[in-house]
Design a protein around this ligand. Sequence first.
Ligand code: S3P
Length: 169
Amino acid sequence: MAEKRNIFLVGPMGAGKSTIGRHLAQMLHLEFFDSDQEIEQRTGADIAWVFDVEGEEGFRVREAKVIEDLSEKQGIVLATGGGSVESKDVRNCLSARGIVVYLETTIDKQVARTQRDKRRPLLQVDDPRQVLIDLSDKRNPMYEEIADVVVRTDEQSAKVVAHQIIEKL
Ligand code: S3P
């Protein structure tokens, strides 16, 4: 990469955005950010608390603000929350300010990787698999709409996927 561009990772819960993003940032000597972590730092509380107290709507407002702020930087890798692309403003912001990498995976992998994770209040239900299926029906077209690069994350390790992304940049 000639100049320090931004790389934004989008995709569903359990796609591996944070793990792959850390590898990618290290390999490219870029700074890594995670929108969920940034929300937790700014609020001084965890994602579950934000959902409890402010609802999903409140969480989305915080998420959009964090993405708006962080994407202004240069030379970062940002792992975005899986639902952030539901906002047209967020989609526009990501498209305009960096390379959008869509991490695709299977529902089975998502289920396996998201078990017992408190940072995913949407999955604290009897049938998390059905929630993941419904969300992917709704959101996959949105990820595809803004993706500059698409990479599968269900077959290779996070490090290998990070290398594959670099080859496609
Ligand atoms: C969400 C995904 C989570 C987190 C929150 C809501 C979603 O992030 O932002 O629980 O709506 O898909 P990850 O995609 O990093 O799991």
